[in-house]
Write a protein that binds this ligand. Structure first.
Ligand SMILES: [Zn+2]
Ligand SMILES: [Zn+2]
Length: 603
């Protein structure tokens, strides 16, 4: 478990190295293509990029010469020199750089930073110069180019990117690079990328027949194939068990609702950008739901509640629809329809801590069950400046609920890090960041406190003194959405699901046709035990059948020949390569049932 508070990326030397490498790359690109217009080049996770408007297209082969030139620039040891200037001076420097002029206008007039994000106060305009290259930039940078290790960076790829991410703007050329402190770190990172490619959930999702997309159905709307359906069913079964044990009540709500509901909740107009456009029926506008919360609030509010009834925990694997730009859709990670492991818990203030911690304990159980060894719980807080804009304007309640969460986490001994200005609109939240087996980070789960929505919906309960009070609401989704979670699991397990999650527990492999009948008997018997089994009765040779089962990552292969058929036995070949020849069928059943019932990680 590695959940020590870490240094902020923005404050790290690696961030400076990567940002500086972006400048050096831009210099090299400008030397090769002097008519280039350059835009912005920030550090990103694991590296950096720069977006250029190039006078000619470039290819992967061009990256090599750019890289080579970068090494020459680095070797000289040019200093990065900062200079604070007026907007007018900056305009002079960038008089031929239209994008920079636009950025300067933004800095000066709208208080936007160079990436187009609003700044709290009017920014100073600064330039950073190294060798012949000058950028409009807030830094920070390394002292000299020599602090970029020439053997620890690499230009990775070329992609198209719209200026300011807006598809109405010009398409630019983005060059991605990666940079590290040591060549060893670079090597490790490249190795991890190789592994990630092999585990890519889009590749595995197709090969293992988990999900597909269909042109006519539409982008971002996955179709779950039977094997994916099994994984979903198993995850829901798990969630239902956990939630029933914890006193949750299951509800079901429709996929669309009248505009009024979302005006009431405040999703309209604040969240409208992420919603599908409305459809009109009988003179009324309807929207597909982007979240389940408003409907659950209605269920809570459907009858009078007393403090004795609380906590009330309403759970639903609800399907929500959110609009994501087509360019941002990505496999199962960014989709437009999602099935959410959702629940809303209505509590009194006194019950808050215990209930919040019960949710955190549920998280921990899932983390252990899925063998996630690295994770961080992040407490996202409001910012004073965002009150009334990004955040509900009630500082007292913000401070109070943030403190409640902090205290609950500390008392419960759950390690966490704090992040300012990252909260939800209506309250602080805990985000679960998890790392897959190969060390890639995923943001999966949330646990949020809401002190605003219950009030908007006039939700109340009668307290001990017979006075109406507003409950707090906890929004929680430990397993996130099926889409993202299964995408994560595919990578995490490299498609090798534990037995209980496997779409197919076992496959019978008769050596010749003569054992087909016995194989079918065994299938029937195992199905009677609730197992998911099939028999490969094709005309292929045994080895081809085994290969077929291995490709689908079936955990148990049961080979049956004449001896096995006569003795009521099977020869077990396990996905990990181990074997047990000629064992009684009952012995296999006992082993498999144990692994399934205990949701074991081992085979
Ligand atoms: Zn810079
Ligand atoms: Zn919610």
């Amino acid at each position: 478990m590695s959940n020590e508070p870490e240094e902020r990326y923005e404050d790290s030397q690696l961030y400076r190295i990567r940002h500086s490498a972006a400048h050096v790359m831009a210099q090299a690109v400008l030397e090769f293509y002097p008519d280039t217009k350059y835009t912005i080049g920030p550090p990103v996770e694991n590296g950096f990029y720069y977006d250029f408007d190039l006078p000619q297209p470039i290819t992967q082969d061009d990256l090599e010469k750019i890289e080579k030139r970068m090494r020459q620039i680095i070797a000289v040891g040019h200093a990065f020199v900062k200079k604070v200037v007026s907007a007018e001076e900056a305009r002079q420097v960038f008089k031929d750089q239209s994008f920079k002029l636009e950025l300067i206008d933004g800095l000066e007039k709208d208080g936007l930073d160079e990436y187009g994000n609003p700044l709290d106060e009017k920014p100073e305009i600064s330039l950073y110069q190294s060798d012949t290259f000058t950028d409009l930039c807030r830094g920070p940078h390394v002292e000299t180019t020599r602090q970029i290790n020439p053997s620890a960076f690499k230009l990775m790829s070329i992609a198209g990117a719209y200026w300011r991410g807006d598809e109405h703007n010009k398409m630019l050329t983005r060059i991605y690079g990666t940079a590290w402190s040591t060549p060893d770190e670079l090597k490790q990172y490249l190795k991890m990328l190789e592994e990630a490619k092999a585990r890519d959930h889009r590749k595995l999702g197709r090969e293992l027949e988990i999900y597909i997309y269909d042109e006519e159905v539409g982008p971002g709307l996955p179709l779950w194939l039977p094997r994916g359906g099994v994984v979903i069913e198993e995850l829901e079964k798990l969630a239902k068990e956990m939630e029933e044990n914890a006193g949750y009540l299951r509800v079901r709500t429709p996929h669309l609702a009248k505009e009024d509901l979302f005006l009431h909740s405040g999703h309209l107009p604040y969240y409208a950008e992420s919603m599908y456009p409305p459809m009109e029926m009988e003179g009324t506008k309807y929207y597909v739901k982007p979240m389940n919360c408003p409907m659950h609030h209605k269920i809570y509010g459907a009858k009078p509640r007393s403090y004795r009834d609380l906590p009330i925990r309403l759970a639903e694997y609800g399907t929500c629809y959110r609009y994501e730009k087509s360019g941002e859709l990505f496999g199962l990670m960014r989709v437009r329809s999602m099935q959410m492991n959702d629940a809303h818990i209505y509590v009194t203030e006194d019950q808050f801590e215990q209930e919040f911690m019960a949710v955190m304990n549920m998280y921990k159980k899932y983390i252990d069950l899925f063998g996630i060894s690295k994770y961080v719980m992040r407490l996202s807080l409001h910012s004073k400046e965002g009150l009334g804009k990004k955040y509900v304007d009630n500082e007292r309640l913000w401070l109070k609920t943030e403190d409640m969460v902090r205290r609950a986490m500390t008392n419960g001994g759950v390690p966490f890090v704090e992040a300012g200005n990252e909260a939800a609109f209506y309250g602080p939240k805990i985000d679960g960041q998890v790392w897959s087996a190969i060390g890639r980070e995923f943001s999966l789960a949330t646990n949020q406190v809401d002190f605003a929505q219950p009030g908007r919906f006039e939700l109340t309960f009668m307290n001990k003194d017979g006075v109406e009070e507003t409950p707090l609401c906890i929004h929680r989704a430990p397993l996130g959405t099926h889409e993202r979670f299964i995408g994560f699991l595919l990578e995490h397990y490299a498609g090798n699901f534990p037995v209980w999650l496997s779409p197919e527990h076992a496959r019978l492999i008769p050596i010749t046709d003569s054992q087909n009948e016995y194989a079918e008997q065994v299938v029937a018997q195992l199905r009677g035990q609730g197992m998911r089994v099939s028999a490969d009765l094709s005309a292929q040779r045994m080895n081809a059948k085994i290969r077929g089962a291995q490709l689908m990552k079936v955990p148990y292969m049961l080979v049956v020949g004449e001896n096995e058929a006569n003795a009521g036995q099977v020869s077990l070949r396990v996905r990990d390569g181990s074997r047990q020849d000629n064992i009684p069928l009952a012995e296999f059943i006992a082993r498999a049932n144990d692994r399934i019932a205990t949701r074991a990680g081992e085979l």
